[in-house]
Design a protein around this ligand. Structure first.
Ligand SMILES: NC(=O)NCCC[C@H](N)C(=O)O
Length: 398
């Protein structure tokens, strides 16, 4: 149950980066949406420290690899994971069938490894590797991927999002990330912990990524529309949230279609019930279309300035924008380093990357408690504390 961005965080899903990051090379990092080649063991240390900060605040941390392995004990879950991972168009039917049969037979832990870290032709089990019938096998290089790795799995924010008491499996826009949702889908469908959880939004819908979805207040969502989430995605997510009684107002917020602002949460996150931290360069120009339910129809108003549209929808006099007061160059640097991407653990208490010294100082000046974490390696995938967390349960905001 999650009805806000800031209610006391009770349970969160994280993914401790693992062997999938070892797959990154200077040749594939752009396509796999990383800006470099991270030092994996240091990234793991940073991530462990992030999880400890959350645990220290009484948050239950679920690790995706663990719940995935547990869910894969169920045959139907294995079928979902394997079907999404084995692509007959890439492998040819002979190899695809043999690999599927193999993967359906390995232990849940081994399967979880392949589904997250992927598999190369060199790593194919011997029987498949030596099968002379596979032209595909013979013509591919040994380091080519049979199953692509999912290095962006650590950004658990994007591949599922809770709205109220429902979870939405999102629809990821870019090929490098699309298969992630087969894992969140099977976890929520088959892990005993989530038995009976209702779904929001549907399968195979227009692109909506969780980093674009902000729960401004109970019943009020903001959805960024830009590089990832499309206008059609925002509209259908809004219609579905209205139909399920999860929201009465949805703000569709245009953001620049570029890597620096790939999701709404890279430029704006909530730090208190009535306050956001926002990239100064967009403060005066961010706008919103207001979508409301009207019987079976929806109405669309605006665009209007985001801050006003949000306050109006939230039923408050004013949405405080914490003025990071930075000069343009520092602001741009700290935005790039996810200074605006904070994770609230309670109203007025946020986790933030320590490197964004100036932004954090201004948050503290504004009365926000900042829990700093290191992110020198984690940040190379371009995501901060909010991107790296999927809240599963928060206390309701009164
Ligand atoms: N919510 C977020 O902004 N998530 C960060 C995702 C980073 C990842 N490398 C991506 O490009 O999708």
């Amino acid at each position: 149950m999650v009805d806000s961005e800031v209610g006391a965080l009770r349970t969160v899903m994280l993914h401790r980066p693992g062997a999938e990051l070892q797959r990154l090379t200077p040749r594939n990092n752009d396509q796999l949406l990383f800006d470099g080649v991270p030092w994996v063991s240091r990234a793991q240390e940073e991530h462990d420290a992030f999880a400890e900060v959350l645990r220290g605040r009484g948050v239950e941390v679920l690790l995706l690899a663990e719940v995935l392995t547990e869910a894969l004990a169920v045959d139907a879950a294995r079928a979902v994971g394997v079907a999404a991972a084995v692509d007959a168009l890439r492998l040819g039917h002979g190899l695809a069938d043999a690999l599927s049969a193999h993967l359906l037979d390995v232990s849940p832990a081994e399967l979880a490894d392949v589904l997250t870290a992927g598999m190369t032709f060199d790593e194919l089990p011997v029987a498949e590797r030596t099968a002379g019938v596979s032209l595909v096998r013979r013509m591919h290089h040994g380091s080519d991927f049979v199953v692509d790795p999912l290095p962006n799995l650590m950004f658990t924010r994007d591949s599922s999002v809770w709205v109220g008491d429902r979870v939405a499996i999102t629809s990821l826009a870019l090929p490098a990330r699309r298969r992630e949702t087969s894992l969140t889908d099977l976890i929520y469908a088959h892990h005993p912990r989530f038995a009976g959880t209702a779904r929001a939004y549907g399968h195979a819908q227009a692109p909506v990524e969780g980093g674009d979805v902000l729960l401004l207040a109970p019943g009020v969502l903001a959805i960024g529309v830009g590089e990832r989430t499309t206008p059609a995605g925002a509209e259908s997510f809004a219609r579905s949230a209205f139909a399920d009684g999860l929201a009465h107002t949805v703000l569709a917020v245009p953001i620049a279609q570029e890597r620096a602002s790939m999701h709404l949460d890279t430029v704006c996150t909530m730090v208190d019930r009535d306050a956001v931290v926002m990239y100064p360069a967009i403060q005066d120009t961010l706008s919103a279309f207001t979508i409301r339910a009207d019987g079976d129809h929806v109405t669309v108003a605006g665009p209007a300035p985001f801050v006003e549209a949000a306050a109006d929808a939230m039923g408050i006099d004013k949405l405080r924008v914490i003025d990071t007061g930075l000069d343009p160059v520092t602001a741009e640097r700290e935005q790039w380093d996810d200074g605006n991407n904070t994770l609230a653990v309670a109203p007025g208490v946020v986790v933030a990357y320590e490197r964004n010294v100036r932004t954090n100082a201004r948050l503290e000046d504004a009365g926000i408690e900042v829990l700093p974490i290191a992110g020198s390696e984690l940040g190379s995938g371009r995501g901060g504390p909010r991107c790296m967390s999927c809240p599963v349960s928060r206390d309701p905001l009164d």
